[in-house]
Write a protein that binds this ligand. Structure first.
Ligand code: NAD
Length: 307
């Protein structure tokens, strides 16, 4: 199949590109390298350095006639979205619509979209949250993700374009950017390996559902099948707090840093954990990498690539 992967120089989508290429697909990447890195780009993919908002996107779709659009490019920093809601909406809503209009114009069969469980559900009423949990996003980033899911429904109803929206939990693993504000695993590992002091915001008892990137890739492979469509959580159903992540990484990196806590960041969700029952029941997907194994593999990657 001919697949366009947006954000293919970034953390998650670069792994998806690798898997699609290994599967024999013809893969194109659009990325503007705002957070993506050239060394993540698979040399067998066709790289188009372009912003998803660019009007040339339409020409690309016209020329290449993609079967599938896998859309991962995004402004993905929740705190940045709070300070810059217009920038966030411009990339995450208007950029997505720019792609979806071209997908409609040139008969793309399916759109696969990287949504977010944590950001869309907001503070949860029940744990873990399934896909029927109320959606109460409390950041511009989460609102944009939800809006784009709704647009996918519209494109299916009106134009017959199939879709899969994956509501990811907290994804971690090799290639995650350790210099952003999000991605506590990468940030802590990088600091520990460099002998710097990581800081835990608040009491460290905030929980997240940490999912290893290879399990996310498996879901994106599954999404290529005709019988897979709709909205699915991609999660482990297990929550861990930041103090656990800190202790485990300290052990794995053999760091002698101290456990230091700072003031909590305003607006941080207390608990976030999602159920994967739906995708398991419908399509047999389940997480296969335990947190301890995933953290060990991620530390190994950073040791080889950042020291
Ligand atoms: N990392 C997580 O835990 C997580 C959780 C839920 C959802 N997601 C979603 O998964 C997707 C990938 O996230 P990631 O963690 O790999 O982030 P990332 O920042 O590593 O990847 C995003 C990629 O998109 C590119 N990009 C950004 N804006 C662009 C634009 N306007 N035009 C073209 N390219 C652009 C960046 O250069 C980068 O390569 C995002 O949509 C994010 O919202 C991530």
């Amino acid at each position: 199949m001919k697949i366009l992967v947006t954000g293919g120089a970034g953390f998650i989508a670069s792994h998806i590109v690798d898997a699609y290429i290994s599967g024999g697909h013809d893969v194109f990447i659009i990325d503007n390298f705002s957070t993506g890195r050239r060394e993540n780009v698979n040399l067998k993919a066709t790289l188009i350095e372009m912003d998803i908002n660019d009007e040339k996107v339409d020409e690309l779709f016209k020329k290449e006639k993609f079967d599938i659009l896998n859309h991962h490019a995004a402004q993905m920093n929740v705190r940045f979205s709070v300070d810059n809601p217009c920038f966030d909406a411009n990339t995450n809503i208007l950029g997505s619509l720019n792609l979806y209009e071209s997908a409609k114009n040139y008969a793309v069969k399916k759109i696969i979209f990287a949504s977010s469980g944590g950001a869309i559900y907001g503070e949860q009423d029940c744990f873990p949250a399934d896909e029927k949990h109320p959606t109460n996003p409390c950041s511009p980033y989460g609102i944009a993700k939800l809006a784009i899911e709704k647009y996918l429904f519209y494109y299916k109803e009106v134009y017959g374009i199939d879709h899969v929206a994956f509501r990811y939990a907290n994804v971690y693993g090799p290639r995650q950017n350790p210099h952003g504000e999000a991605g506590v695993v990468a940030i802590f590992i990088n600091k520990m390996l460099l002998g710097n002091q990581p800081v835990i915001n608040g009491d460290g008892l905030n929980t997240r559902d940490y999912i290893f990137v290879s399990d996310v890739v498996k879901a994106n492979l599954l999404a290529l099948n005709d019988n897979v469509s709709g909205i699915y959580n991609v999660a482990t159903g297990i929550e861990h707090d930041v103090n656990y992540i800190f202790k485990k990484l300290k052990e794995l990196t053999k760091s002698d840093c101290n456990e230091i806590h700072a003031e909590p960041k305003a607006g941080e969700q207390r608990r976030s954990v999602c159920s994967y029952n739906k995708i398991n029941k419908h399509h047999g997907w389940e997480p296969t990498v335990s947190l301890d194994d995933g953290l060990r593999d991620t530390v190994d990657y950073f040791k080889k690539n950042f020291k």
